[in-house]
Design a protein around this ligand. Structure first.
Ligand code: FMN
Length: 169
C-alpha cells in the first residue's frame, strides 16, 4: 500500500477475525516502533507484546473502553518511564499502527484508566506507566472498520501564518 493511502485510510478498528498475526508481520510492526525517532534520541519507549488472550482480558479489565482488546489477535502495551515524553510514545504507536495497516492488520489504541492494575498485570517496573495498549488484528469484513467519526474541517484545523480569530495578543 502506498504511504499516503495507508495514512489516509487507517481507521481505529475494533472488530477482528479470530486469526493470529503472522509472526514475521508482527516483527515488522515492532521494528516500525523501534525505528521511531525520539527526543534527543533517548528512546524511552518499551513495548510489551501480549498474545495470550487471558492476559489481554486482564489488561482490558484495567480500562473503561477496551472491550475490543480480548478479541484482538495481539496487544502491544506502549510503556514509558516517568522521564519519557508522550510524544515519543505516540510516534512509536502511530508507526506501528501504520506499518500494521500496510500489512492489512487493523488496530485501535486502548487507554488504560487504572495504571496500578495494568502495571501489576504486565509486571512493569515501578517507574514505568502504560501510555496506551494497541489492539491489533485482521479486520472483520462483516463489521464497519470505524465508527464514522468525522475530522474537523481543514479551515478549522489550519491557520495561515498566524492564528486567525481570537488570540491572546
Ligand atoms: C490516545 C488515544 C486513546 C484512545 N483510547 C481509546 C479507547 O480506550 N477505546 C477506544 O475504543 N478507542 C480509543 N481510541 C480511539 C479513538 O476513539 C479514535 O482514534 C477516534 O475515534 C477516531 O477514530 P477513526 O480514526 O476510526 O475515525 C484512542 C485514541 C487515542 C489517540
Amino acid at each position: 500500500m502506498e504511504a499516503y493511502e495507508c495514512v489516509i485510510s487507517k481507521r481505529d478498528t475494533r472488530a477482528y477475525l479470530d486469526k493470529p498475526i503472522v509472526e514475521e508481520d508482527l516483527r515488522r510492526v515492532l521494528q516500525a516502533g523501534r525505528m521511531a525517532g525520539s527526543s534527543k534520541n533517548t528512546q524511552p519507549t518499551r513495548l510489551v507484546v501480549v498474545t495470550d488472550r487471558k492476559r489481554r482480558e486482564e489488561v482490558a479489565a484495567c480500562a473503561k473502553f477496551s472491550q475490543h482488546l480480548p478479541a484482538a489477535a495481539a496487544g502491544i502495551a506502549i510503556c514509558l518511564p516517568s522521564t519519557g515524553s508522550d510524544f515519543d510514545a505516540g510516534r512509536a504507536a502511530q508507526n506501528m499502527m501504520l506499518a500494521a495497516w500496510s500489512l492489512g492488520i487493523a488496530s485501535c489504541p486502548c487507554s488504560m484508566h487504572d495504571q496500578e492494575c495494568v502495571k501489576k498485570t504486565l509486571g512493569l517496573p515501578e517507574d514505568y506507566r502504560v501510555v496506551v495498549v494497541l489492539a491489533l488484528g485482521y479486520p472483520d469484513p462483516a463489521v464497519s472498520m470505524h465508527l464514522g467519526r468525522k475530522r474537523v474541517e481543514m479551515e478549522e484545523l489550519v491557520h495561515d501564518e498566524r492564528w486567525q480569530g481570537k488570540s491572546a495578543g
